[in-house]
Design a protein. Sequence first.
Length: 194
Amino acid sequence: MIVAAALPLVAEYGAAITTSQIARAAGIGEATIFRAFKDKDEVLDACVAEAAGTDHVLRELASVSLDEPLAVRLTEAAEALRAHMERMGTVIGALHGSGHLRGREPGAGSEDGGGPPRDRRAESVTALRNAVIELIEPDRAAFRLSPEKVSAAFLGLLFTRLQTPVSDADAPLTPDELIDVLLRGTLHHPGGDR
């Protein structure tokens, strides 16, 4: 409850947030925060862990109906993953920008607040890949590649899409464009000149 209340404030104020603001947002007394956390840094580290965690996005992916057409399933997955990455980037960026994560190696371990440990990060990526595999499995016969490779391509396109464009011409693919490229390629007539 404390972390959930703190997340939007951390995204807005970074490490400048006060425990008093967090307590007001959570509807609790400030002393209650210190019964659950040693200090404000521990609250901020818990916010990083929550923002980087995949439980929420995995629930969203699992809720996508397998009765929907493949393109719809993948578009819903792309939107859920985009929102997850945006939330994580906003929270971590705000904390880094306000000095909370400076000097910490991202992903070095949860005890330093720099992000999830490398093995947890690998587990998260595997869980995301497996969730996408489940979404495309009903259409296995339609693919030239295995669902594992299609999932990897989907995630690769999606995570590349999230990069900040250099110019308007470099604007990221929309979810519909991303799915179209994944499913149909970039040629006007697939199977033509190779």
